[in-house]
Write a protein that binds this ligand. Structure first.
Ligand code: C5P
Length: 281
């Protein structure tokens, strides 16, 4: 089989409402998730089951069994009984790591699609989803990479229609530990309702929602607050918020041209940050 590849798109939480933790310390939540037309690239080519990584954020990523891609490969092998030994896997890591935009889960989702294509074409969507669910709370949403309301702990998905949104993603170069941000959230001790129904003008609707992890992430990393406050001052940015447990923030713009212009300005003003214009849907 020739090389096959797939985009592992960045995930953006347009809102993220988080309830009080359950007995295990996990948090029921409600989130509107959308996906970018930009992400990591995962490919399979003839080989012996090795993983190689390149790209701007390859440094520091393990190619050993603790890599989320190999974790997904092992779970796929366990679920199907096949051995992934006819291909090498290559990851081009374009997305910052531990950054609230689902990169690792997206990589796992992309490799699962490719493995099904190469090794188990008859595997059902439900069976593939069950494997993705084992890779983490965001595993299923990142497998499908389609706009959805996520409930439960992030794994119960209802597809939604959202307008196509021009956006800029910006990450100040801080790796945010998801468990640490959730712990800081718990320490705040107050929890707002997690309901939200999309209605009316989309940006006006988003203004009625929250990312509950923004305040605790900002408390741990004040630079996130600086970026969010700065984003609000640019004319091309209609709306700004942090995604997931951070530190990546996003600004929504009216048009792709506005997003490109905003990205260029941000690259000048925040030379150490990762900045990427994209379309979200
Ligand atoms: O499922 P995943 O391994 O991606 O989750 C990372 C961490 O995020 C968990 O260990 C937990 O601390 C926290 N988490 C949570 N509630 C969720 C999802 C994740 O507390 N719904």
């Amino acid at each position: 089989m020739p090389k096959i590849s797939r985009l592992a798109p960045a995930k953006v939480n347009l809102y993220l409402h988080v309830a009080a933790p359950d007995a295990r310390g996990y948090h029921p939540l409600r989130s509107l998730v959308v996906f970018a037309d930009y992400g990591d690239e995962v490919s399979l080519s003839p080989g012996q089951g090795r993983l190689t990584i390149d790209g701007p954020f390859a440094e520091g990523l393990s190619t050993g069994e603790d890599n989320l891609i190999l974790n997904a490969v092992r779970r796929f092998e366990a679920a199907t009984g096949v051995s992934v030994d006819r291909h090498d896997i290559h990851l081009t890591k374009n997305l910052p790591v531990a950054s609230g935009i689902g990169g690792g889960s997206a990589d796992a989702g992309a490799v699962l699609h490719l493995l099904r294509e190469a090794y188990a074409p008859d595997m059902s969507d439900a069976a593939l989803e069950a494997v993705a669910a084992q890779t983490g709370a965001d595993g299923v949403m990142c497998l499908w990479s389609k706009a959805a309301i996520a409930e439960g702990y992030g794994e119960v998905l209802t597809p939604v229609e959202v307008p196509s949104l021009a956006a800029v993603l910006i990450n100040p170069g801080i790796a945010c530990s998801t468990p640490a941000v959730f712990r800081a959230y718990d320490a705040q001790g107050s929890f707002e309702p997690i309901d939200a129904d999309i209605s009316g003008d989309f940006i006006a609707f988003l203004r009625t929602t929250r990312n509950d992890l923004e305040a605790p992430a900002m408390a741990l990393h004040p630079l996130i607050g600086q970026i969010l406050r700065a984003l609000e001052t640019y004319e091309d940015a209609r709306f700004a918020r942090m995604s997931g447990s951070g530190a990546t923030c996003f600004a929504l713009c009216d048009t792709e041209a506005d997003a490109d212009r905003l990205a260029a300005r941000l690259r000048q003003d925040w030379p150490n940050a990762w900045v990427q214009a994209c379309m979200l849907k």
